[in-house]
Ligand binder design. Sequence first.
Ligand code: DO4
Ligand code: MG
Length: 305
Amino acid sequence: MKLVQFFLPGKGKRVGLVRGDRVLDITSPEEGVHSVLDLVEQGKTPSGLVRRAEWLARRLHRKAMDWPALQRTPSRRAAHLLIPIDPPEVWGAGVTYKRSAEFRDEDAAAAQGKKGIYDHVYESPRPEVFFKATAARCVGPGAPVLVRSDSRLTAAEPELAIVLGTHGAILAFTACNDVSAWDIERENPLFLPQSKIYLGCCALGPCLVTADEIADPYALQIRCSIIRGGTTVFSESANTSQLHRRLEELVSWLLKDNVIPPGTVLSTGTGIMVPNELALRDGDQVDIEIQAIGRLSNPVRQLKS
Ligand code: DO4
Ligand code: MG
């Protein structure tokens, strides 16, 4: 099952169930369903979430929306997609692909003469798990991801993300752009939170795909493209088969002596490293396409100091 949130002029945020090319509006204030997060909190488990959404779709006979038509640039005047969940917390896992460890170690060596911290994390039983964002710092499809005013080298990090329920159950999947200020991270590892957490640092979407629909989460193709002035200047892919950790392993480290609210998103790390020369610029567009999930597309804006 695919779940979305969309904006409807005059009505605001709606909850949608995608069926083929149609989107059923399953918003139900009477049932306490104003958002996908409400549905996640009520559903609790993957099957509970699917049952709850199906039940609402049967009960409410509303006119369906056109799925392709919702995928347009956000505007107050037209229906469009919103972030598929307003996550109370977003966490990131890091250095979960060999490519990420190698690339970051080469750059750390060039910047500080130190090599090996990323390789250590890649091999270590303990994964890198970091706090990434709250709903207010995240954007949905078509909304701008931001480059910090004090960064000159911010990169897209295309990642598979999971949505967690109570006790860390994997409820659904989505695409995440873990936008990161690499120059700040590289200057000193202690600056990582400033590289990762700021306004517009995270994009999620276009939809949530419930866990029952992803037969093998370790066999998903991920492609990232950067479009500049109408030309695709970067396009590369990775596959979640290259993910060095099991999803349950990442979740169990996140939950170790930690409490996370239902609807928390955990992004699983990037296997695609964009070359430094293609640091994000104002006006770029980043497309992240994940098999079985769809395409998350966002423009880029550089914040001015
Ligand atoms: O340690 C830096 C961040 C790692 C990360 O975000 C990733 O590998 O995706
Ligand atoms: Mg990342």
